[in-house]
Design a protein around this ligand. Structure first.
Ligand code: PLP
Length: 427
């Protein structure tokens, strides 16, 4: 099994089979599509090119593939003991991204972003992080490529989840709880919401302000944008090869959705067969927390990507850029919107959305741990819950379908959530 040489660009196939692309980002003032010149203060040029590319494939740099070898190809595992426990005729597989040294899929894109930043002479990357997965992935990636890293971490996670902060600091990143007094926009949030727990939307606004004000610093985003989804297709490309070797292929593809990158990364290579008509009945299920369900409950409209209303307008399914999600333990899913491409696919009914409450998700996580031994990230447990429900449907319908879900990360740094779950104190 080899590491893919190229990422897969869904836009090429959307153009080819639907004759239509997701609506472009708009400049908030002019309401015209943003051009590269609007984005150059924030992102390296190569990533801006990838953002709008309609080429079928994008090469993975050799330097990045070399580091991927530390943990890729990630395993595709059949959850046989879970199948047995559920008494289902379905075959349940999971792609395990928790083997990354950062503990989640996020390193897949962090490495590419750090690589191109370094290549283009950037000195420092600034970003936001929720539960800390993205921050720790970027801290590791910037260390590997010799860049500095500044992370605005959502305040509730900074306080409740000290271990990921320690991980980031161990890799020499500077971590600041958000909202902070360090930025103009942070001070305005503190004035407006003095007791706020913070949110990804606020932390993004702080990071963008810093990047926009310093030429040697670029901004880095861990989800939502096309180039991030593109980098995550390494997951689905590998899974497709792995299924081929097994002589099986999925009927249902499942992933949890914060901004939508890990689900898209697994799903897009399999979605190509649905678009082409080769696998018209294959289903795709994105899973969200019911307390922050942008696909299930949001409106499809242009909205800001951040609470400070500084980003270009993105056509998303959104709960509103001023929505502050409740402090659930799946911090990586606390985002008011969803990747424009995923929102577009959901609107076209090519992708389904499901939402579950926190307690049923932790129950599913425990059931999975009991049979497979892996403690999943609370984010990933949303996908597990949906996979279990699909497997139970297969039992009722006596159907031997093949189900795959993405196990986007391990939960060994999320034990506070599990502690609350065991104590019965989860809301
Ligand atoms: C960040 C994160 C998510 C959510 O982000 P997506 O862009 O939707 O993938 C899911 N799972 C884990 C483990 C994460 O760290």
């Amino acid at each position: 099994m080899n590491i893919p040489q190229r990422f897969l660009n869904l836009n090429y196939y959307l153009q080819k089979y639907l004759g239509e692309l997701p609506p472009p980002p708009l400049h908030p003032a002019s309401r015209q599509p943003v051009g590269p010149e609007d984005l150059t203060p924030l992102f390296p040029m190569e990533l801006i090119k990838q953002e709008v590319s309609v080429d079928e494939f994008v090469d993975i740099p050799d330097e990045v593939r070399e580091i991927y070898k530390l943990y890729r190809p990630s395993p595709l595992i059949r959850a046989k003991r879970l199948e047995k426990a559920l008494k289902t005729p379905a075959r349940i597989y999971y792609k395990y991204e928790g083997v990354s040294p950062a503990g989640s899929h996020k390193l897949n894109t962090a490495l590419v972003q750090a690589y191109y930043s370094k290549k283009e002479g950037v000195k420092r990357l600034v970003t936001e992080t929720g539960a800390g997965q993205w921050g720790s992935a970027l801290a590791l990636a910037t260390k590997f490529f010799g860049l500095k890293c500044l992370v605005y971490m959502v305040k509730i996670s900074f306080e409740q989840k000290p271990y990921r902060r320690v991980v980031m600091e161990l890799f020499d990143a500077k971590v600041v709880p958000s909202p902070s007094k360090k930025t103009r926009v942070g001070r305005s949030f503190l004035k407006q919401y003095p007791r706020t727990h913070g949110s990804l939307g606020m932390a993004i606004a702080e990071a963008i302000e810093v990047a926009a004000g310093d030429e040697a610093t670029k901004y880095s985003l861990g989800s939502v944008l096309n180039h991030v989804l593109l980098h995550q297709t390494v997951i689905g490309l590998e899974a497709k090869d792995q299924f081929k070797a097994l002589g099986d292929e999925p009927d249902v593809v499942i992933g949890c959705c914060g901004g939508g990158s890990n689900f898209s990364g697994l799903a897009f290579p399999f979605l190509v067969d649905k678009l082409s008509g080769k696998k018209p009945n294959r289903r795709f299920v994105g899973v969200e927390p019911s307390s922050c369900a942008s696909m299930s409950k949001g409106e499809y409209r242009y909205d800001f990507g951040d609470t400070g209303q500084q980003t270009p307008l993105l056509k998303m399914e959104t709960l509103g850029s001023d929505f502050v999600p409740p402090p659930i333990h799946a911090g990586g899913l606390r985002y008011h919107g969803i990747a424009p491409t995923l929102a577009f696919l959901h609107q076209k009914k090519l992708v389904e959305a499901k939402a579950y409450d926190q307690v049923s998700v932790f129950r599913a996580a425990q059931e999975f741990a009991h049979s497979e031994g892996v403690i999943p990230a609370p984010e990933s447990a949303h996908a597990i819950k949906a996979a279990i429900d699909e497997a139970l449907r297969c039992r009722r319908q006596r159907k031997a379908e093949t189900i795959i879900f993405n196990l986007s990360g391990h939960g060994l740094l999320d034990l506070k959530g599990y502690e609350d779950f065991l104590a019965g104190s989860l809301r």
